[in-house]
Design a protein around this ligand. Structure first.
Ligand SMILES: [Zn+2]
Length: 337
């Protein structure tokens, strides 16, 4: 077995991607004995793991979200610190996706594989920036792998939100934002844009925001939306999980104006379907250009695509003179969808 034949030591089965010489899964789709976890979104960090290796932040979010089903034996690994597991060396590099998110770097007999998990290259003030790791095999996501997806500048989208708030001071702007990552990024971008009024939160978002603050991400004054006087919510910005944009909860707010912060907002029909008045194209995933640039810069000869819209990307990988392979892993869904 030569180590560059990656298929012989990185295999795929019903539970996901498995590193044979290390005897661990990466982001398994169900309970396993031993896993390395890239980040705490629920499609990557499942409950019921016996042992899990991840950054301290990822394990903290997993404990918060999974409760009893959190990993029985959590083991933290800081970015850049190497550990030997079985016959492989493993280290974590920042993925720039959400707090604690990591690419898993696996070195085996002189060959290096990098499993990106979800990632983005755009600046994000709430997490460590993506680190490019040159490698022989790069395993990439493909959530937004179509040339139509170009996310643009997130702070320009937040500026649109602030313009609307100034224009409609009698309305509550409700921003649908996924609870881990997107919510805190939107808040932080508002703060960086000089917005220092209290920001109101749907109850489902409070704990994760508090956890970000514990890890040193200052989000300014956050108040619960539930129970807040109607006058206070007039002209205010309220963050809520995307699902709540369609439910009764919204009706309690003064003349709510529905906004949604997501890469999917590039597609007008998606915004209309959800009744979104102000779509904000803010994504925590790499867009088409970032995917192509990253594949190029890793210098990897071989690119595996875990999940998402892989056809266009595989075609592009071929054009770039690299070997592409669709893993078609089941069970990874962007939490925003
Ligand atoms: Zn994710």
């Amino acid at each position: 077995m030569t180590p560059k034949q990656f298929e012989s030591w990185l295999t795929v089965d019903a539970r996901g991607l498995y590193c044979r010489p290390g005897r661990f899964y990466i982001d398994p789709t169900g309970p396993v004995d031993r896993a390395v976890i890239t980040h705490a979104h629920s499609d990557h960090a499942r409950g019921g793991l016996r042992a899990a290796l991840a950054t301290e932040e990822t394990l903290a979010v997993m404990a918060l979200r999974l409760g009893e089903r959190r990993p029985r034996n959590p083991q933290t690994l800081a970015y850049g610190a190497a550990i030997q597991i079985g016959d492989v060396d493993v280290w974590l590099a920042p993925a720039g996706h959400v707090l604690g998110s990591a690419q898993v770097v696996i070195e085996y007999q002189g060959a290096r594989a990098v499993v990106s998990g979800d990632y983005k290259r755009q600046a994000d003030p709430t997490c460590e920036g993506f680190q490019l790791v040159p490698c022989d095999l790069f395993v990439t996501e493909a959530t937004f792998a179509l040339p139509v997806f170009r996310h643009g500048d997130a702070s320009a989208e937040v500026a649109k939100l602030l313009t609307s708030v100034a224009q409609f001071p009698e309305r509550a702007h409700v921003v649908g934002a996924y609870g881990l990552g997107k919510c805190q990024r939107v808040i932080k971008l508002l703060r960086e844009a000089g917005y220092d009024a209290p920001i109101y939160l749907h109850g489902a978002l409070a704990e994760t925001c508090a956890l970000y603050e514990r890890f040193g991400v200052d989000l300014g004054t956050l108040l619960p939306a539930t129970g807040a006087p109607r006058e206070a919510l007039t002209g205010a910005i309220v963050l809520a999980p995307p699902g709540s944009l369609a439910d009764r909860w919204l009706r309690r707010l003064p003349d709510p104006l529905a906004c949604f912060a997501s890469g999917w907002m590039r597609v007008r029909a998606r915004a209309r379907q959800r009744g979104v008045e102000l779509p904000l194209v803010i994504s925590d995933h790499a867009d088409w250009d970032e995917l192509c640039r990253t594949i190029e810069e890793t210098q990897a000869d071989e690119i595996w695509v875990t999940h998402g819209r892989e056809d266009a990307l595989l075609y592009q990988i071929g054009r770039m003179g690299r070997r592409g392979r669709a893993l078609a892993l089941i069970g990874y869904e962007d939490e925003d969808q």
